[in-house]
Design a protein around this ligand. Structure first.
Ligand code: B12
Length: 262
């Protein structure tokens, strides 16, 4: 296969793409002309207006289909590859037992005003996602799911109270980059609340995150759309083992009084 590719619509390499957008004008002939002008300026030539629908009195939604000349060079595409092995649940449980000698505690939440809990529930709840059971299914993982609209101080407090090994945060709403600022606020709060090197693993997820952005967000890992619980469980085991390999990161063992009745 060639490294240089073009989009495909009717015939190979015809460059056809489809885009949708909304313009702040009422739906009429002029609005449709405006949509075609935008498409032309975007290099979609010739452009066909395949859908136009008013959204209230002052806005119009468009779908435009047409050909572009741009080429994609696959050699210039850089993506974040998974750098840990995918483990079946029994191996995850065995690794936690071996490394921690107690269950791994995970505290999860949607923070800020975000009320989209389906994503974090897909990862945490026993029913899981995409045919995989959620983290609650793992005998060696204790899940505390705080639900939606959790305030950052509340999350930090609960993570401390539960002696969380990992904090899993979901952010779905991206309006005004809320997912980025909320995540940065959250990671800063954990850095402030814990002595250096002792904060829980901070993991954030949601459909519009860039998985390579962990550093700038101050978290250990970012998961994007389509993440499965098995990927998260495997990552947690991997990250915990990395931490154990680091001498400065103190490990926590449960006291007899803390042992859950199982
Ligand atoms: C269901 C839904 C709702 C439900 C939420 C119910 C609930 N309990 O969650 C309700 C009706 C309440 C709702 C409300 C709103 N919604 Co809504 N909603 C959706 C919808 C249709 C589906 C989201 C969903 O459930 N996806 C399925 C899950 C499984 O996918 P996921 O979230 O991506 O999660 C996966 C990964 O991202 C990842 N993941 C997610 N979180 C985490 C966390 C961790 C730690 C990890 C490891 C992985 C991970 O793993 C998951 C499994 O793979 C989307 C549109 C869409 N099709 O996506 C809009 C959408 C998210 N909503 C949107 C909006 C605007 C709103 C409202 C503001 C609407 C309004 N004006 O009131 C409100 C906001 C409410 C609030 N305060 O947050 C917009 C957001 C736009 C944006 N740029 O931010 C969307 C994209 C719709 C749109 N196209 O406009 N919504």
């Amino acid at each position: 296969m060639s490294d240089i590719i073009r989009p495909y619509g009717d015939t190979t390499g015809d460059g056809m793409i489809q885009v949708s957008f909304t313009l702040p004008v009422p739906h009429d002939k002029r609005a449709e002309g405006a949509a075609l002008q935008l498409a032309d300026k975007m290099g979609i030539r010739p452009a066909l207006l395949v859908h136009a629908k008013p959204i209230g009195p002052d806005f119009t939604f468009f779908v435009v289909y047409g050909s572009v000349n741009h080429l994609v060079d696959l050699r210039d595409v850089h993506v974040m590859e998974r750098d840990y092995p995918l483990l079946p649940a029994k191996d995850v449980n065995a690794a936690i037992k071996r490394q921690l000698r107690r269950p791994l505690v995970v505290v999860g939440a949607c923070i800020g005003t975000d009320a989209h809990t389906v994503g974090i529930d897909a990862i945490l709840n026993i029913k899981g996602f995409a045919g995989e059971k959620g983290l609650e299914y793992y005998s060696e993982i204790t899940v505390v799911n705080l639900g939606a609209q959790v305030l950052v101080p509340e999350l930090v407090e609960r993570a401390r109270a539960e002696q969380a090994d990992a904090v899993l945060v979901s952010q779905v709403v991206t309006q005004r980059d809320a997912h980025l600022t909320n995540t940065q606020e959250m990671s800063a709060a954990f850095r402030e609340a814990y002595p250096a090197g002792t904060a829980p693993l901070l993991v954030v997820g949601g459909p519009r995150f860039d998985e390579a952005a962990a550093g700038e967000l101050g978290v250990d890992r970012v998961f994007g759309k389509g993440t499965t619980p098995g990927e998260v469980a495997s990552y947690l085991v991997h990250a915990i083992s990395q931490r154990h390999a680091r001498p400065q990161a103190p490990t926590r063992t449960r006291t007899a009084a803390e042992e859950p009745a199982r």
